[in-house]
Ligand binder design. Structure first.
Ligand code: NAD
Ligand code: GLY
Length: 361
């Protein structure tokens, strides 16, 4: 078992990482002073795989447990779904000190987190992420949100969990495409924060893909350490936290211009390569580093080339990026692997050249 602390003064919390951690949920909750009632929010797939056993174990540990089910899918990050959960929480007499356990991927974490932040003006939240993306990214740092129409994560809060339990053995049942989606964020973490971890990924991607326990635990632990460090320095996303969006400026635009035919992980993978090429063309990043990044992304089973989308549409879509300030698109760029900075000095002409594959001209 590994531990990472997110140091945020009175809002500090521990993240527990390791194979079999789910079985420790009861003792960890008691360690936080919780007893009596608690609510698990999860989806039907995760409930069958892990929720039913967790409910039973927590009951044996002396808790009074209610499980609330939410169907799967991004469309559940909605006011309607939150409204149904408020209703069910009232029905099971959830009180101010009744913890909500968000058991599942990022959709459950974001929705249950939003509900925890708002129900009775805030009840304790425990994140129990079961996808790789949720373990290394969405369960850490307190961003909780629902979508508003087509606009993702528009209504939300910064609401830190009291505890995060990342049981890496749950990743064994994760479909390969969901693992690859999380791997895009793992590679991002290494690229922005730690060259040694990047070297580890260069040598261990096959093990990670075959769900080797040690390799998974190390990848989740190192990625969380990098995110926790950034969140500690910029909890409210006022500056530095932008670096966590490496690959996401072009990535989000690719996702939306492709009408979400290209998924988040694939789009971020492409976005990371494009951002590295921009940095290299600006004379900042060595070309060998671009090649290393591409190789790791390919090994993870993710794309590295621009799909057949119009560069001008991608540039237009990028103008909706949340990092845009005074109409300037801000790019997260690499100086070297493990070292990153934010720039609003990237010319549109250069972006167009990179997106259309003309970078050598
Ligand atoms: P997801 O939550 O939709 O989960 C994907 C699928 O995997 C679901 O069908 C789920 O039932 C299934 N699943 C979950 N765990 C499983 C397991 N162990 N075994 C088998 N199946 C399992 O997808 P996601 O990628 O985890 O999360 C995406 C969401 O995360 C998006 O809504 C995104 O906006 C959000 N997000 C939030 C933050 C943040 O900081 N809050 C950061 C990144 C992403
Ligand atoms: N996923 C980006 C952040 O947490 O800020």
């Amino acid at each position: 078992m590994r531990k990472v602390k997110v140091a945020l003064g009175g809002k500090s919390y521990q993240i527990y990482i390791g194979s079999g951690m789910l079985a420790q949920t009861g003792p960890l909750l008691k360690g936080q002073g919780f007893s009596g009632k608690l609510v698990i929010i999860t989806d039907p797939t995760v409930n069958k795989l892990y929720g039913e056993a967790l409910n039973q174990r927590l009951t044996e540990d002396g808790f009074s447990v209610n499980t609330l089910l939410v169907p799967e899918g991004e469309e559940q990050k909605s006011l309607g779904a939150a409204g149904r959960l408020y209703h069910e929480l009232t029905n099971c007499y959830a009180e101010r000190n009744t913890p909500i356990l968000a058991l599942g991927g990022g959709v459950i974490g974001d929705l249950a987190g939003f509900v925890a932040a708002t129900y009775l003006r805030g009840v304790p939240l425990v994140q129990i992420p079961t996808t790789l993306l949720a373990q290394v990214d969405s369960s850490i740092g307190g961003k909780v949100a629902i979508d508003h129409g087509q606009l993702k994560n528009m209504i939300g809060a910064f609401y830190q969990p009291r505890l995060v339990i990342a049981d890496t053995s749950t990743l064994k049942t994760l479909p390969a495409e969901e693992l690859a989606k999380g791997l895009a964020e793992v590679i991002k973490s290494a690229a922005i924060g730690d060259e040694r971890f990047f070297v580890f990924l260069e040598g261990n991607l096959d093990k990670i893909k075959s769900r080797d326990e040690g390799a998974l635990e190390e990848s989740v632990f190192q990625s969380i350490k990098i995110k926790a460090d950034v969140v500690e320095k910029d909890e409210m996303d006022l500056g530095l936290r932008n670096v966590l969006n490496y690959g996401h400026t072009i990535g989000h635009a690719v996702e939306s211009v492709s009408d979400f035919r290209i998924g988040h992980g694939q789009a971020v993978a492409i976005g990371m390569v494009m951002a590295a090429k921009i940095s290299s063309q600006m004379g900042i990043l060595n070309g060998n580093e671009v090649a290393r990044l591409k190789k790791v992304i390919e090994k993870a089973g993710l794309p590295t080339e621009m799909p057949d989308l119009k560069p001008e549409e991608i540039i237009q879509a990028m103008k909706h990026d949340k990092k845009v300030r005074e109409n300037k698109v801000r790019f997260v760029l690499l100086k070297s692997i493990g070292d990153v900075f934010v720039s609003d000095e990237v010319s549109q002409a250069l972006v167009e050249r990179i997106l259309s594959g003309d970078e050598k001209t």
